[in-house]
Design a protein around this ligand. Structure first.
Ligand SMILES: Nc1nc2c(ncn2[C@@H]2O[C@H](COP(=O)(O)OP(=O)(O)O)[C@@H](O)[C@H]2O)c(=O)[nH]1
Ligand SMILES: [Mg+2]
Ligand SMILES: [Zn+2]
Length: 292
């Protein structure tokens, strides 16, 4: 039978079966471990259900349409990056996730949650990402504002919500689909992690699949990326690259750089360019050290 991995705990995986819509608890066959194939939430799999009390076996992982490491999920179409005014957004983390989404074959989008607390953040993010083709949604899981447009955007897709802890990923899924996921963030030290999402989990709702993931705050830039390829991952810079004096141009501080000029003229976001240059420095450093 075939199905999708909804969650995994230790060496057990829960699979939603395509044929009968039931959930099965499975163990991964040894041959998968020998092939160094670690099943991921979202994986499409072939399996044999167990008889009676016995667990079944996960036998084959079907080819992945998309992959994301951290949070570790497979086969998502859309990576919805959730931010909020509290906790303070780490936009460098968001830019790294946008780059990973594109590399991993997912469409990134941003959702600014908690707009009941104000709309400054959504306005500044719309400005920063103008020209990037990235959709910026705004919502409040608390008041329900913007929740319908999010549901519409997710229709017919497999969507994964990701982002820092306590931005409201689980709350949004509850508001959109009437779920009862644990929420609460990491407010008090004594309650650390008690109400937060600890594992990635996929859910089937209204005929679509959505994934909730744990929050995290650190992400390395990927190794082995050539600086020139990195520069080309910024669509709004590609449009101008033909006008740069140097060809190719990394849009760092080269004389006659059209990106730099557009930033100075206020046509491109200065803060996103500053983050770009910070990431570029990291990419260059990694690239220099690639044979070590
Ligand atoms: N004011 C406000 N608070 C929210 C909103 N959404 C979530 N929260 C609160 O933010 C905290 C973290 O929410 P949670 O869904 O657990 O975040 P997660 O860690 O990203 O899954 C909880 O205390 C929620 O009640 C919102 O739209 N507005
Ligand atoms: Mg959560
Ligand atoms: Zn340039």
């Amino acid at each position: 039978m075939t199905g999708s991995i909804m969650r995994g705990i230790g060496s057990f995986y829960t699979v939603l079966c395509d044929e009968d819509g039931q959930e099965y608890t499975l163990r991964a066959q040894k041959k998968l471990r020998h092939q160094k194939l670690t099943p991921m939430v979202g994986d499409r799999v072939r399996f044999t259900p167990g008889e009676g009390e016995d667990d079944g076996w996960l036998e084959e992982i079907l080819p992945r349409k998309s992959v994301l490491i951290r949070p570790s999920v497979a086969n998502c179409d859309m990576l919805m990056l959730v931010v909020a005014s509290v906790p303070h957004p780490d936009m460098l983390l968001i830019d790294k996730l946008i780059l990973r989404a594109a590399k991993g074959n997912m469409t990134p989008a941003i959702c600014v949650n908690k707009i009941d607390l104000g709309d400054e953040l959504v306005r500044s993010i719309r400005e920063e990402y103008a020209g990037t083709q990235l959709c910026v949604f705004s919502a409040s899981a608390l008041t329900g504002e913007g929740v319908d447009s999010l549901r519409e955007a997710m229709r017919g897709k497999v969507t994964c919500l990701a982002g820092q802890s306590a931005v409201g990923k689980s709350s949004l899924l509850n508001a959109i689909f009437g779920l009862e996921l644990e929420t609460g963030g990491l407010s008090r030290k004594t309650e650390r992690g008690r109400h937060t999402t600890r594992r990635s989990e996929m859910m089937a709702v209204d005929g679509m699949l959505v994934l909730d993931t744990p929050g995290f705050s650190l992400l390395e830039i990927e190794d082995g990326v050539e600086p020139q390829d990195f520069a080309q991952m910024y669509p709004e810079y590609n449009e101008l690259a033909g006008d740069c004096r140097f060809q190719p141009c990394l849009h760092d501080r080269e004389p006659g750089c059209a990106v730099h000029a557009a930033v100075d003229a206020g046509k491109l976001s200065a803060v996103r360019w500053a983050r770009y240059r910070e990431l570029l420095a990291e990419v260059k450093e990694n690239w220099k050290g690639r044979y070590v």
